[in-house]
Design a protein around this ligand. Structure first.
Ligand SMILES: Cc1cc2nc3c(=O)[nH]c(=O)nc-3n(C[C@H](O)[C@H](O)[C@H](O)COP(=O)(O)O)c2cc1C
Length: 238
């Protein structure tokens, strides 16, 4: 288990997260209150620390205990804070409880054999085993069609990505490790059937959350200069 976040600290983090999430934001007209968010150096430090401490911990390194029911509620509430053009709620998450992991394992094994009928028994077993990793496993799904058709799949997927990142950051705040995983099985008919996806839905990725068994040093992050450019000023010659 990760020694970085002692239980007492984890309890403190959880109380803070509960406080933030349970703030009554409902006005008499039923709309969310538009209070200015708290700002200041402390919050900036908190945000930077939180964002920089999130790193992928692969599912094989995520062990029990996973989030309890209260912590799972916090993860999902965090997802709900994502920007969502047109308020379509174009994404959803499906929790895969331990009792359903064997069915998911069957889907992973079958998807591999469908793609590669020559796969060995060992390869099929490796594919199946992935369904049993991490105490909390969710599938993230985006809907390409619900609501306003002018809001295309790109926008919907950005919203889903924001929801996923919020969830990952809350997992980090609670002291858990997390990972996103994809793979060709996401597009298999068996997986689509197991998760009851309709024709307009796309399975985006799995989200794994749990206690960290081992972690690698965080990867070097790109510098803003690696991904930022600037339009020339209006008076600059072409
Ligand atoms: C949609 C999505 C799917 C991903 N799928 C996988 C995967 O199948 N296997 C894997 O090892 N990492 C996967 N990753 C994680 C990335 O590899 C990881 O974020 C990257 O290496 C950067 O590491 P960091 O998250 O620690 O910054 C995925 C990430 C995203 C956004």
């Amino acid at each position: 288990m990760d020694a970085c976040v002692p239980t007492a600290d984890r309890d403190k983090q959880e109380r803070l997260a509960v406080k933030i999430c349970s703030t009554d934001q409902t006005r008499s007209d039923g709309l969310a209150a538009a209070d200015a968010p708290p700002a200041g150096d402390e919050l900036v430090t908190l945000a930077v620390t939180l964002m920089q401490s999130r790193q992928t911990i692969l599912p094989k390194h995520l062990v029990a205990p996973g989030p309890d029911d209260g912590q799972l509620a916090l993860l999902l509430q965090a997802a709900a804070s994502a920007p969502d053009h047109g308020r379509l709620l174009p994404w959803r998450f499906v929790v895969v409880p331990q009792s359903a992991r064997t069915r998911l394992a069957e889907v992973f094994g079958a998807a591999l054999l469908e793609r590669d009928p020559a796969a060995t028994a060992t390869q099929v077993e490796q594919a199946r085993e992935k369904a049993h990793r991490a105490p909390l496993l969710l599938l993230a799904v985006v809907d390409a069609q619900c609501g306003d058709p002018a809001i295309d799949l790109h926008e919907r997927t950005v919203s889903a990505g924001c929801a996923i990142q919020n969830l990952l950051l809350m997992a980090t705040a609670l002291g858990f490790g997390s990972a996103l995983t994809s793979g060709k099985a996401l597009r298999s008919a068996g997986l689509r059937a197991l998760f009851g996806l309709n024709a307009a839905e796309v399975a985006l990725c799995f989200i794994s959350v749990g206690s960290v068994l081992t972690r690698k040093p965080a990867r070097l992050r790109p510098a803003p200069s690696d991904f930022v450019s600037r339009l020339p000023d209006a008076d600059a010659s072409p």
